[in-house]
Each structure stands twice: as C-alpha cells, then as structure tokens.
Design a protein around this ligand. Sequence first.
Ligand SMILES: Cc1cc2nc3c(=O)[nH]c(=O)nc-3n(C[C@H](O)[C@H](O)[C@H](O)COP(=O)(O)OP(=O)(O)OC[C@H]3O[C@@H](n4cnc5c(N)ncnc54)[C@H](O)[C@@H]3O)c2cc1C
Length: 370
Amino acid sequence: MSKHIIVGGGVYGAAVAWHLASRGEAVELIEAGTIASGASGGPGRRGVRANGRDYREIPLMVRARELWPGLHESLGTAPLYETMGQIQLFEREIDLAPAEARAALQNRLGIESRVLSQSEVRELEPDVAPFIRGGLYCPGDGVAFHKTTTLAYADKARQAGAILREGVEAARLVATNGRVTALATTQGEEIPVEGKLMLFCNAGVKDLVAPWIDLPLWSRTFLVAVSAPLVDNPVRHLVGHASRTLSLKREPDGRLMISGGRPGTWDAATRRGTPIQREVDLNVADAVAVYPSLEGLKIETADTDHLEAECIDHIPIIDNLPGNEHVLYAAGWTGHGWAIAPAVAELMRDWVLEGRKPELLEPFAYGRFG
Ligand SMILES: Cc1cc2nc3c(=O)[nH]c(=O)nc-3n(C[C@H](O)[C@H](O)[C@H](O)COP(=O)(O)OP(=O)(O)OC[C@H]3O[C@@H](n4cnc5c(N)ncnc54)[C@H](O)[C@@H]3O)c2cc1C
C-alpha cells in the first residue's frame, strides 16, 4: 500500500491523518514542533462561527455545524464544543445595511441569522454600552477547545495506525523535472513520496511550494489576551464587532478571552511571538468601551505564540501543486480556519480516497487568482 505523507500537526494534519488511517490507509505525519503548537494551539477556545464568514465558506460551515456537536463522541473525549450563539455588534448606522444583507444571504445558505434591534441586543447582552445600536445574530454558532480537539484527533490517528513524528521539519520538496518524488527534512532525511503528499503546515506551506507557485499568503501572529477569572463576567455569547478589532469569549472558569486579530511580533528563529503592549491595551480598551463594567480588567496572559497564514482575499487556498496531482496543500485560513476544519478534513479525505477534488472545495482553487 502506498504511504501518504502529511506535513504539519495542526488540526488539519491531525484530522486528515485520522480520517485516512481509520480507512486503512498508511499515513506518516511530520511536525516541526509538537502537535498543536501552531495556530491550532494556545489558550482559550476558538470561535465556531458562521456569522460574518465569507459566503464561499458557508457551505463548509453548514457541514461543520452538523459535525461539531458529536465530534467528541467520535474522538472519545469529553465534550469539545458548546453552542452559545454569536452576535456581531454594531454601533454605526452604516453597519445596519450590511448586517441585513448578510442575514438574508446566511439564511438562504442554511445558517439561521437575524438582525437584532438595540433592545433585542440588550435582552441577550444586558451589559453592552448604550451606543451599541444592534447586532447580527447567529444562534447556532459556538466555541470549541482547539488544542484538546487537535490532540484528540492526533491520538485517534495514532490508534488507527498513523505514524506521527514530532520535531521533524520539512525543508524542501525534492523533484525531478518538476515532479515531486520525495520530501527532504532539515535533518537530512529524504522521505519518498509514494502516495499523496499533503502540505497542511499552514505558515510553512508558502516556502515549500515556492519553486512552483508564489502563493499570495503571508504569516502573522494574532494577540489573545486572557483575563483573570471574573466573578461576574458580563459577556454571555460569542461576541464580535463590525467596526472594532474585537472578539470576546467567555471561558468556562469565568475568564474573558479578548482577541479579534491584533498583531504581535514574531521571531522565526525561536518560533515564538512577543505581545505588543500597546495592542494589548487597545484590545482591552475596546472591550471596556463595549462592556463598561469591565473597567479595571486584569489581563493574566497575553499570547502571540501561534502563527497563522493570511491570504490576500481572506479565504484559504486549497489545491494541488501544478503538475503534481499527488501533492495537495491547504493554507491561508486568515484567522478563521478552525470552525470549518472538521468539514474540510472530511473533504480532503474524500479527495485522497476518490481521486477527485470535492466540489465544495472548488471556490478555494489557486486558479481564482487568474
Ligand atoms: C490566535 C488565533 C485565534 C484564532 N481564532 C479563530 C477562531 O476563533 N475561529 C476560527 O475558525 N479560526 C480561528 N483561528 C484560525 C485557526 O486556528 C487556524 O486557521 C487553524 O488552526 C489552522 O490549522 P492548521 O492545521 O492549518 O495550522 P497549524 O495549527 O498552524 O498547524 C500547522 C503545523 O505545521 C507545522 N509546520 C510548519 N512548517 C513546517 C514544516 N516545514 N515542517 C513540518 N511542520 C511544519 C507547525 O509547527 C504547525 O504545528 C485563530 C488562529 C489564531 C492563531
């Protein structure tokens, strides 16, 4: 049986390794660091949000929403996912029309959505500031434990017979006349590519495929600030904001997670990020502006250690390498690749097993760039 090679031990690598190994396929996964040390790791939980998502990703979210509630049963863990509803707040009149358009499109694509008036927002989120005029609400959205889920996928992959090797970094793809035949590691090993080679190494994909294509991607860290436990956490739902860089999640232990996409700095040599204090202060200031009772909030952890790849048009690129139908890659999730991972991983499995790209993945082809 031809062995498949996967590069990257984030949620995508681990989930696809499990899907393939449990179908009897031979799989070897290499990960430069440890499983879930990239964007799929770090503190808090990740938003599982259809609300405000690019319309091309909504069909993937519809499927992901079917999978998330029972995923822990398939993986043999405690519950990993919680439905809490997502509200994208707005405070400017100009944000009403886009919210209405989004609600209509999301409903048409199968995601229950509605625009909330000022008083309706207050019923769901009583502590928001008086200037919040409304919100776009998706009751079926939720949050999931990302690191635990990724580690659980990896454990299941191992149990199904996949080989997962940590501390092994892919250096380059070895090719003859443009056709990939092996994968060279930084330690000098050459791993022959017999089955499919799947590049799920997120921020590492661009460099590996550079001899073939120049992907319009770049990497950056996102700040996650986590508060000390709050006696009275005012945030009830997964909350975003139409015009502020702000995402708020209530953690089960009463902490508040503040994120939304503010940057940190990144050191490629150590693979570590450093938070920028001004960005932490701005993130907290936005949270306090929207929830005034958070005044005086203490941040215990500011994390920027998890690199993500962003794509120029804010949706991922999922394709095979030109001239190499056996080399698949997926990268450029742009800060929202978590929620759709269970659905995309299933589709990648189908692509490998059936030999043709699933239709739902077509919008993410490299060819969209001309
Ligand atoms: C702070 C933050 C908050 C986020 N919030 C959300 C959210 O609320 N909702 C949402 O949907 N999404 C969110 N995302 C995005 C989501 O987490 C990512 O899109 C998703 O986890 C990407 O998974 P992955 O497996 O592709 O990448 P990763 O988890 O980054 O895994 C890639 C792995 O490849 C390894 N690697 C890299 N180069 C090489 C190499 N050359 N050789 C071997 N291994 C290599 C890395 O070490 C890494 O472990 C967030 C991301 C971040 C960083």
